[in-house]
Design a protein around this ligand. Structure first.
Ligand SMILES: CC(C)(COP(=O)(O)OP(=O)(O)OC[C@H]1O[C@@H](n2cnc3c(N)ncnc32)[C@H](O)[C@@H]1OP(=O)(O)O)[C@@H](O)C(=O)NCCC(=O)NCCS
Length: 172
């Protein structure tokens, strides 16, 4: 059985200023950041999110076959924890190139980083750090102080990304 790497970020200790340059750099290069809420969460946008999530998830170790579109809507969007304000999307022209989705869990008082993904041609430029800065600001403005992420132990890039942001091994 997979022993997940469980990471947690203390939102109060996160220093936005360290990561704002990544956001500005991406914006200067023409990348736009929005949310599913701002995009009205319409059917065509749900389909674009699905294709983006599917393409990025192909690089998650042992991910296995991805959902069909109908399964994705039923299991990832039409669920109580889906929050369109917490789904940040990065676009370049008409292309959707990256995403970061965060859910809120009031019963346990933490936010959960569901999925951060950048299409392969756009990786290595700090885009994930820009997305996660916006995700962390969403978590803070929603009144939460803990952001949790689980990763496959072989997903070294994602683990490094989160450690770079200040995530540490979960102790609880
Ligand atoms: C993980 C992922 C989102 C990173 O996106 P990215 O935009 O390429 O990452 P960034 O350029 O913002 O790099 C952020 C940090 O991640 C780490 N990182 C990025 N690419 C790395 C690589 N190839 N090897 C090791 N660490 C890497 C570094 O710590 C980097 O910070 P630094 O360059 O300042 O040291 C991207 O690789 C991806 O979409 N992977 C497939 C989907 C996935 O596994 N998502 C996570 C599961 S939810």
């Amino acid at each position: 059985m997979t022993e997940w790497v469980k990471l947690e970020l203390d939102i109060d200790r996160f220093d936005d200023a360290r990561f704002e340059p990544y956001l500005r750099r991406a914006q200067s290069a023409g990348t736009r950041f929005t949310t599913m809420a701002a995009l009205d969460d319409a059917p065509e946008q749900r389909r674009a999110l699905y294709h983006l999530n599917k393409a990025c998830s192909a690089d998650i170790p042992d991910r296995g076959p991805f959902y069909t579109y109908d399964e994705y809507v039923a299991q990832r969007i039409d669920v109580a924890t889906f929050n369109p304000n917490g789904v940040i999307v990065a676009t370049l022209g008409a292309d959707w190139i990256a995403m970061s989705a965060t859910s809120l869990h009031p019963d346990q008082q933490f936010a959960f980083s569901e999925m951060t993904g950048v299409l392969a041609p756009h990786r290595g430029k700090g885009l994930s750090l820009a997305l996660k800065l916006l995700a962390i600001q969403f978590v803070r403005s929603s009144g939460y102080r803990r952001l949790v992420a689980f990763h496959h132990p072989r997903n070294e890039t994602a683990i490094a990304m989160n450690r770079r942001l200040g995530f540490v091994d979960q102790v609880r």
